[in-house]
Ligand binder design. Structure first.
Ligand code: ADP
Ligand code: MG
Length: 239
């Protein structure tokens, strides 16, 4: 196991301001470390605070109190103007609703984050083809999102999420909009990325079934971590 966490949450509190004088506390002091190469599930019932936590881990939102250290960077020290740069470099996002750009073909969706990151057109095109092949979508690369099934859209979204070699793949209910056999194939793809590419993955889900396949299951209840245990996918990490 690597010694340095890629994610470190120290006493994270999140309150939402819901009009004077009320603040609603959703996360009540979370402590968590996630290490490189781990495949972790964060599981909990609807409303337990999973997406609130995802937004903090993904640096889409800031904690009200506590410190979040992402890959050695204390996020509280990062200016708002610089945070999107860190986010793009470090985190690959996957959402329940896929969030592909409707007007762009599959390959252009995958290419876009690389172009933003300054990769050349030629190089990004080559890499997009490789990524689409990796996720089993090479034969659909010219298709637009509305010409793809839900599972196919999610495959393209996964290729896009890993295009800039993120430190962490962060997926919020990635199979929430998919039927069970399609969910299965998307889970298999996560296992493949974890095993073959050593990707660090945080899978947020309300499904106990899916969570238990991962290496480590963190259960959230009413904004608190109530358990953190090994899953069926656990194996000793090398290095
Ligand atoms: P989950 O993803 O586990 O379903 P969420 O993190 O989305 O849970 O929500 C946890 C709680 O926080 C819910 O009670 C929700 O209503 C509340 N909440 C989420 N976002 C906001 C917000 N922007 N403002 C106020 N309350 C919010
Ligand atoms: Mg949610």
């Amino acid at each position: 196991m690597n010694k340095y966490p890629i994610i470190q949450l120290d006493h994270i509190i999140k309150r939402y301001f819901v009009g004077k004088p009320n603040e609603l506390e959703i996360l009540h002091g979370l402590n968590l470390k996630i290490y490189p190469g781990e495949f972790v599930a964060i599981v909990g019932e609807s409303g337990s605070g999973k997406s609130t936590l995802m937004n903090i881990i993904g640096a889409l939102d800031r904690p009200t109190e506590g410190e979040y250290i992402l890959d050695d960077i204390p996020i509280s020290k990062v200016k708002d103007t610089e945070i999107s740069h860190i986010r793009c470099k470090k985190i690959g996002f996957i959402f329940q609703t896929f969030n592909l750009i409707g007007k762009l073909s599959a390959i252009k969706n995958v290419q876009l984050p690389m172009l933003y990151a300054g990769v050349s057109k030629k190089e990004s095109l080559k890499r997009s083809k490789e990524l689409l092949e990796l996720v089993g979508m090479k034969d659909r690369m010219k298709h637009q999102p509305n010409e793809l099934s839900g599972g196919q859209k999610q495959r393209v979204a996964i290729a896009r999420a890993i295009s800039n070699n993120p430190t962490l793949l962060l997926a919020d209910e990635p199979t929430g909009a998919l039927d069970s056999s399609t969910s299965r194939s998307i889970m298999d793809l996560f296992h493949k990325l974890h095993q073959e590419k050593q990707m660090s993955i945080v899978l947020i889900t309300h499904s106990q079934e899916l969570a238990k396949e991962t290496e480590r299951i963190i259960t959230l209840k009413d904004g608190q971590i109530i358990s953190d245990c090994k899953g069926e996918g656990y194996h000793e990490h090398l290095g």
